[in-house]
Design a protein around this ligand. Structure first.
Ligand code: FAD
Ligand code: MLT
Ligand code: ZN
Length: 570
């Protein structure tokens, strides 16, 4: 952890707020590899099951109501039942005992195979590989393979390709679009045992590591040598760096460090036929032909498996400050963002937006105290990271003076300890889980031009107020609340509709309405979470027919038998 610079609060008001606010952090302190699911502990009322009705697209499924992560867990409905129009591709072979024997020879260790084909391994042992973090999708895989080397991945894929066995690459299984779990009986290739750091050069800042290294561990590793992994997100204790690349994850500091497309210098990938594509370059510049690795960045495991990455890690900042503000309107939020860019410039490392409703849900679900005493329609979290404590402090104070005296910001706190810093971040990062707390959440991850970014939340709220589906207190209404938050600095809004149960009517009200709304503003229907199963049917709202056709050709070229993560993406 960088040493925390204790900024002198610019105003007395901020100082008072600091004294009031002290609470333990949550998500960011979770130990690596611990499942994300059980953070909260309060019991919840189970919702009554609803029957599925036929649907035409993956994301218009009628899921049985699921328990929120901290509830007594009911079974998740099979994806094949939620989406009855999805049929198993008959080109794919069912895994046989002979296949399992072959995989045993390749992988060689008991720990490398979870086998429900040749023995009686119970369904519950497969639960964590078959079902996703949102508890929305559930596959029926009976074989999980955990290779430990690139050569083993190659051997496994070569055989699967020859035998027409479909596979799903899986990292930490924290994806939010249903991409990391099987739909039917696809074999799960879990990368968790492929988890060694290969090298780190503290002069260039280049880290080379296996795909299965957990993000938080990668960050801690380079942190010991005063560097920072250029990605940070709420699931950092669980997600894997190979999967981060495969999803082109954006996260909380993209504003400062840029996307995976810029930071990844090289990849080692295994193609479906077993070929190892060794492009583990450490070069920043390499204009020799098509940059093939870019296809795997955000490829969501549809054209091959990433087995190692080479990534540029910036110098870790010695001075980190976090401030949390209350603001009276979205216009003020935009003004604050403009001022932050103008006055904090190169030290600004995050600018996150949270609306009142999102903070209220976070407070209700986690029981955590919010940093400010009064309520405000909007909140922002600003982080600065720099190398000169005095310089940063001067800049931050000037900025705080300005936004407070111009009444752009109504109230705020600046973290004065590491604990406070973590707690302020928790108010932002805890929203994801809070949204699911009442039974389910419809999640939309959108790129929208900044001036209109929040209008979508307002329009969605109006729609639910007029169609009679929403009530914050009355449990008979399906929708509890509509919340907006996200990476303001990247024009990336997360629209979450927190529901008490998954409900066809709610879904029909939202889809394709949200996608049409976004397409009209030339936005993107998936800013950072990807397509997976959830967004596959809606790609046309953000990509032209020509582009979709070309994507199809790329898929065919790399994976002519279609064994890689079928039923998803393209
Ligand atoms: P998984 O969920 O296991 O897999 C994701 C996809 O990648 C699947 O399609 C899978 O088949 C494929 N895949 C996995 N490993 C490989 C591999 N080695 N080679 C090829 N394909 C592979 N996402 C953001 O972008 N920004 C955020 O701020 C953010 N915050 C989150 C906060 C929370 C609380 C949670 C639960 C999720 C968040 N996510 C966020 C989503 C998720 O964490 C990211 O998509 C992450 O990159 C997924 O990593 P994973 O290891 O869990 O991958
Ligand atoms: C976030 O920014 O918190 C994430 O992308 C996760 C989410 O949308 O739930
Ligand atoms: Zn996000």
């Amino acid at each position: 952890m960088p040493t925390l610079h204790r900024t002198l609060p610019a105003l007395r008001r901020l100082r008072l707020a600091n004294a009031f606010f002290q609470q333990p952090a949550r998500l960011r302190l979770r130990p690596a590899a611990q499942p994300l699911r059980s953070l909260h502990s309060s019991p919840q009322v189970r919702q009554e099951e609803k029957k599925a009705s036929p649907t035409t697209s993956a994301s218009s499924a009628d899921h049985a109501p699921q328990d929120a992560p901290d509830r007594p867990q009911s079974k998740i409905k099979y994806t094949s039942d939620s989406y009855p129009d999805l049929k198993r591709d008959s080109r794919f072979k069912t895994v046989s005992k002979e296949d399992v024997e072959h995989f045993k020879k390749i992988l060689g260790s008991e720990a490398a195979i979870l086998d429900g084909v040749t023995n009686e391994t119970g369904e519950e042992d497969f639960e964590q590989y078959n079902s996703d973090w949102m508890r929305k999708y559930r596959g029926q895989c009976r074989l999980v393979l955990k290779p430990e080397t690139t050569e083993q991945v190659s051997g496994v894929l070569k055989y699967c390709n020859e035998q027409s066995l479909a596979v799903v690459p899986q990292g930490g299984n924290s994806g939010l679009v249903g991409g990391s779990v099987p739909v039917f009986d696809e074999i799960v290739i879990n990368l968790s045992r492929l988890n060694k750091v290969r090298s780190f050069d503290d002069v260039s800042g280049v880290l080379v590591a296996d795909a299965g290294v957990i993000l938080q561990q990668a960050d801690e590793y380079v942190g010991k040598q005063n560097h920072i992994f250029p990605l940070d997100l709420g699931a950092k204790g669980t997600c894997q760096i190979g999967a981060n690349v495969a999803t082109n994850a954006g996260g909380l500091r993209l504003l400062r460090y840029g996307s995976m497309h810029g930071n990844v210098l090289g990849l080692e990938c295994v193609l479906p036929d077993g070929t190892i594509m060794d492009d583990l370059s450490k070069l920043r510049k390499n204009n020799t032909g098509y940059d093939l690795k870019q296809l795997f960045i955000g490829g969501e495991g549809t054209i091959g498996i990433i087995t190692a990455i080479s990534i540029l890690c910036p110098q870790r900042s010695s001075a980190v400050n976090v401030a949390y503000f209350g603001l009276e309107s979205y216009e003020k939020v935009m003004e604050a963002f403009k001022e932050a860019k103008k006055q904090l410039g190169e030290i600004l490392s995050a600018f996150e937006l949270m609306d009142r409703q999102s903070q209220s849900l976070y407070h209700q679900a986690s029981g955590a105290k919010l940093p400010l005493e009064g309520e405000h329609p909007f909140y922002c979290l600003i982080e600065t990271s720099g190398s000169n404590t005095e310089h940063d402090s001067e800049k931050l104070n000037a900025f705080l003076e300005h936004v407070m005296s111009e009444e752009i910001v109504s109230d705020g706190v600046v973290a004065e300890s590491e604990t406070q810093l973590q707690s302020l971040w928790a108010c932002r990062e805890g929203i994801s889980e809070a949204g699911q707390h009442w039974g389910g959440v419809y999640k939309y991850d959108l790129s929208i031009p900044l001036p209109e970014l929040y209008s979508l939340v307002e329009d969605a709220r109006k729609m639910f107020e007029s169609n009679g589906l929403m009530h914050t207190e009355d449990e008979t209404f399906p929708v509890k609340d509509v919340v907006g938050y996200g990476h303001m600095g990247d024009s990336n809004l997360h629209l979450n509709v927190a529901t008490r149960r998954y409900d066809k009517e709610v879904e029909r009200a939202l889809e394709p309405w949200v996608y049409e709304w976004v397409a009209k503003r030339q936005g993107s229907i998936s800013a950072e979470h990807g397509l997976g199963l959830a967004k596959k049917a809606f790609i046309g709202y953000s990509r032209s027919e020509t582009m979709i056709r070309l994507m199809g050709k790329i898929k065919e070229t790399f994976d002519p038998k279609g064994i890689m993560n079928p039923y998803k993406y393209i």
